[in-house]
Design a binder for this molecule. Structure first.
Ligand code: PLP
Length: 229
């Protein structure tokens, strides 16, 4: 597991270098370590190396890991996967952030199910920026309406946008996301976060203003299996 600490340190080092080139503050960029499918020992190795933000895609896996690791101070869970109505409670109870809101009904359920003793859930709206039938996310035209409705929900805090561009569309997509983020902030000044960039395209995402990058493979190595729900 030493590898994980090394890869994490290398990633933070690279982020700092890229930020310096771009004239950005490294502290303004949050690295979310995407730990889906990885065992608890891998997460512990990252935690011990200083990592506090972890990303998960599957509600039951999030719940199992959050329950196992609940005593670790400062650990924050980011839910970044597809959302289904019958699984929202697991997310409302365990996540600090949700990156993948794309329907009002799901947002309403998360707000209603968020335990009152926890701070509001920090949420991002997912944009289907490459217009792929297979991907979650709203069309950019739907953004103003969904943003206004989500911002009114009591137990949610609208913090920004997320996207997963199609392969080969990263540059155009990141540029388009930067524009959308700018226009969103005119109505919702607190929605400053831009979650985009994964292991193979994050430097370009940083260039276009990403504030949260989601790295799985670069930290934990290749995943041996993928699940779909
Ligand atoms: C799996 C996943 C990632 C991490 O992907 P890598 O290419 O392994 O860095 C990032 N974001 C989302 C939404 C994912 O599902």
């Amino acid at each position: 597991m030493n590898n994980i600490a090394e890869q994490l340190n290398a990633a933070y080092h690279n982020i700092t270098e890229n930020c310096q080139k771009l004239g950005r503050e490294p502290a303004d960029v949050c690295l979310v370590a995407v730990s889906k499918t990885k065992p608890i020992a891998a997460l512990m190795a990252a935690y011990e190396a200083g990592q506090r933000q972890f990303g998960e895609n599957y509600p039951q896996e999030l719940q199992a890991k959050a329950t196992t690791l609940f005593a670790l101070p400062e650990l924050e869970w980011h839910f970044i996967g597809p959302l289904q109505s019958n699984k929202t409670r697991l997310i409302a109870e365990h996540a600090s952030w949700v990156h993948s809101i794309d329907r009002l009904k799901i947002a309403e359920r998360l707000s209603a199910q968020r335990p009152a003793d926890l701070p509001p859930l920090q949420v991002l709206l997912q944009i289907n920026i490459s217009h792929e039938d297979s991907k979650a996310g709203i069309h950019p035209d739907q953004l103003p309406g969904l943003a206004d409705a989500v911002a009114k929900l009591p137990q949610l805090q609208l913090r920004g946008l997320m996207a997963i561009p199609a392969p080969n569309d990263s540059k155009r997509a990141f540029e388009a996301m930067a524009q959308l983020s700018k226009s969103l902030q005119q109505q919702h000044p607190g929605a400053t976060e831009l979650s985009m960039g994964m292991s193979d395209d994050w430097p370009l995402a940083l260039h276009y203003g990403a504030t949260m990058i989601r790295l799985g493979t670069a930290i934990f190595g290749a995943r041996t299996y993928e699940r779909n729900e």
